[in-house]
Design a protein around this ligand. Sequence first.
Ligand code: NAD
Length: 424
Amino acid sequence: MERPLTRNIHPNRPPLTAKEYEMAGGYMAVKQALLKMTPSEVVELIKESNLKGRGGAGFNTGMKWSFVPMGETAPTTKYIVANADEMEPGTFKDRLLLEGNPHQLIEGMIVAAYAIQATQGYVFLRFAYKEAAIRITKAIIEAYAEGYLGDHILGTGFSLHLHLHTGVGRYMCGEETALLNALEGKRATPRAKPPFPQVSGLFGKPTIVNNVETLCNIPHIINNGADWFKSLSYSEDGGTKLYGVSGNVKTPGCWELPMGVSMRELIEEHAGGMKDGYKFRGVLPGGASTDFLIEQHLDIKMDFKSVSMAGSRLGTGTMIVLDDKTCPVGFVHNLEQFFARESCGWCTPCREGLPWVEKILWSIEQGKGASNDIELLFEHARLLGPGNTFCALAPGAVEPLQSALKYFREDFEQHIHQRKCPYD
Ligand code: NAD
């Protein structure tokens, strides 16, 4: 089984230096793209590979790049941004790539920048990823020294300058337009879309914001082709995927596997199954802002389409497992507390609704729930759903809530009727 993204990552060794990365075949894709391909050929190849965004939304990467204005009438300043603000609860996949092989990300960014003719790039990094910041800084310095960054890369007319920007620890900055506002030194609130950043992004210029894992796939597609990339996958989505499992499983972790591996294989084989004394009750398949799935879904493929057809989303592909000894009301309350705190306050439903949801869940968990609280939670989930807020934060936040009400309703009712948490 091929593992292109992680084959040069070894947990107990520092990441490859630029020279070591080159010896392992690194920066070949930069040479191939800059010396042998036109920008539009690069975009077409990525489109053909069917690479879908690994940040959670699954938008076709090549298609996204193709929206950037090109040619003589296009703005001369354009930007490439790596979204490394990984803050989705339960999600730690990009951290592995950032700490484990920063040159792979830099190489992906150079090729992406070439494809859209961007001359400035930013890695927008999560505040808490201190070790990644050190390693990326070192790798950027090395890449400049080796001539892969800077002016006239490999003697061509193409130049790229790359900067590391660390956030201040706000979940909101992972939303691409809030991220761009933060980079501009403004309050991190989302912008109206359209215009999409591809047309008007950082400082009003065309900008591509791609997730770290998405960008890390680029060099491998350039080196090996679209058909090779598609052949890695068990499903119509191409490539491999970094999957993760956390919760009361025997061996929580993160693994690179063919896109479309089954949920059962991930939990039972890679995560070693449930810890002794715990039973599987449900799972949030792609970080916290996805709907619960339950035992009947264990055999679905973990790809974008299959998880949506089961009623949830692949999201970041990093699952959080709920067991039979953990209170689902307390579990969801914990998540809603996070989302309510992280709301940027820009739009009223999210700013007012999420704290309200959090308070209702807290009172239910404390045994102080009222008989109409469940209906009230359903109503909030509807009001905070897609189309009613400025960005995806609140609709994502109510996904675990609405699905917990669907699958674990009796737990909510027991709390209200018994006036205490049955799990205490
Ligand atoms: P989105 O579907 O609105 O957009 C995804 C990407 O596609 C964006 O880059 C957007 O510009 C582009 N796009 C979408 N429609 C377009 C169109 N019509 N024309 C041009 N471009 C278009 O999703 P989003 O709000 O960017 O992200 C939501 C996702 O983020 C959720 O799926 C969630 O799982 C995930 N998420 C991830 C993290 C993390 O830490 N990785 C944190 C929070 C949320």
